[in-house]
Design a protein around this ligand. Structure first.
Ligand SMILES: Cc1cc2nc3c(=O)[nH]c(=O)nc-3n(C[C@H](O)[C@H](O)[C@H](O)COP(=O)(O)OP(=O)(O)OC[C@H]3O[C@@H](n4cnc5c(N)ncnc54)[C@H](O)[C@@H]3O)c2cc1C
Length: 283
């Protein structure tokens, strides 16, 4: 028989996890869809469910002394949008996730846990080197989101662990972002591109690129980024950057789009953003 358990505290949840192989459910907006059978039939789970979505001690947004933003894992997207301290780039991305009703239930931790290449919040999280804090009865460990996600629906979580916090490390970047979907709301991404950069005395002192929905995970490549750091912005060779990313972007055909379209749009977005970046030199 399948059971669900609603813990009264994080400690209670950790104890349950230490003795049960179960699904962790936050907002349930991915899990309930994945376990859906047909209309008028309850979703069918094949193991127990630990429902942590209402754990108040994991619902907070605060700033530490270094200016990093710490988000309790069970904080809803809607609350992130209302917070004055959540960086604008996350809000820009979240505003295009699903629709207000889903954002009232869903969490960023669920987007991370679902480990889909189309997970929209993963794009800024990975570009900005954000971290997750995992806890179990045996202790705590901190991983970058890029280390936590191992592949499609594959994560580094051990059975007895739960993500308790997401850490948005302080950044001084400017961003250019675009999500392409079939329509404005409730639209899973066909392709997205985010460029982060910092210019000082006409030099590109930081340069980062991330693509969503065009590979098995979010695409980011530090080697390419490092090649273009500390060069004069006017010397940034747009065609060369595009050729560097050309082979890395490896979309697939699915019900939402085809690989040729996705690849072309990814490259077009990158070109557009690089030209914009070069246009805004004087800082
Ligand atoms: C109509 C609709 C539209 C959508 N549109 C978008 C969209 O535009 N962009 C997008 O990216 N997504 C979209 N989604 C998918 C979904 O809403 C998001 O991925 C959301 O962030 C999932 O959060 P959740 O809290 O509901 O996750 P859940 O369904 O509760 O969990 C998802 C996964 O994360 C794991 N998990 C949950 N909490 C934890 C935890 N604390 N520690 C470790 N693992 C955990 C779960 O075990 C599960 O594997 C949409 C979904 C629907 C139904």
């Amino acid at each position: 028989m399948i059971n669900h358990y609603v813990p009264t505290s994080l400690n209670d949840a950790l104890k349950y996890l230490s003795t049960h192989d179960c699904y962790i459910m936050s907002g349930g907006t991915d899990l309930m869809v994945q376990k859906h059978v047909s209309s008028l039939v309850l979703p069918r789970f094949d193991k127990d469910v630990l429902y942590v979505g209402e754990l108040k001690e994991l619902q907070y947004i605060k700033e530490d002394k270094d200016g990093n933003i710490l988000i309790g894992a069970e904080t809803k997207y809607a609350d992130l949008l209302l917070s004055p301290i959540v960086p604008e780039i996350y809000k820009t991305v979240i505003k295009e996730i699903a629709s207000p009703n889903i954002r009232n239930m869903a969490t960023m931790v669920g987007n991370i846990g679902n480990a889909s290449p189309a997970g929209d919040s993963l794009v800024p999280l990975i570009l900005n080197d954000a971290e997750v804090v995992l806890k179990s009865v045996n202790g705590e460990r901190v991983l970058k989101v890029s280390e936590y996600i191992l592949g499609v629906k594959k994560t580094a979580r051990k059975n007895d662990e739960i993500i308790v916090e997401i850490r948005l490390l302080k950044q001084n970047l400017r961003y250019l972002y675009r999500k392409v979907g079939a329509r404005k709301a409730e639209s899973i991404t066909k392709v997205s591109c985010l460029v982060g950069y910092q210019i000082k005395e006409k030099k590109l002192i930081d340069f980062r690129v991330a693509f969503g929905s065009v590979g098995v995970t979010i695409i980011r490549n530090l080697e390419i980024e490092n090649k273009y750091k500390n060069i004069e912005v006017k010397d940034l060779d747009v065609d060369r950057v595009i050729s560097d990313y050309y082979q890395l972007v490896t979309p697939i055909d699915d019900q939402r789009s085809n690989k040729e379209y996705r690849h072309k749009v990814a490259m077009n977005l990158l070109r557009k953003f690089l030209l914009e970046l070069k246009g805004g030199i004087d800082e």
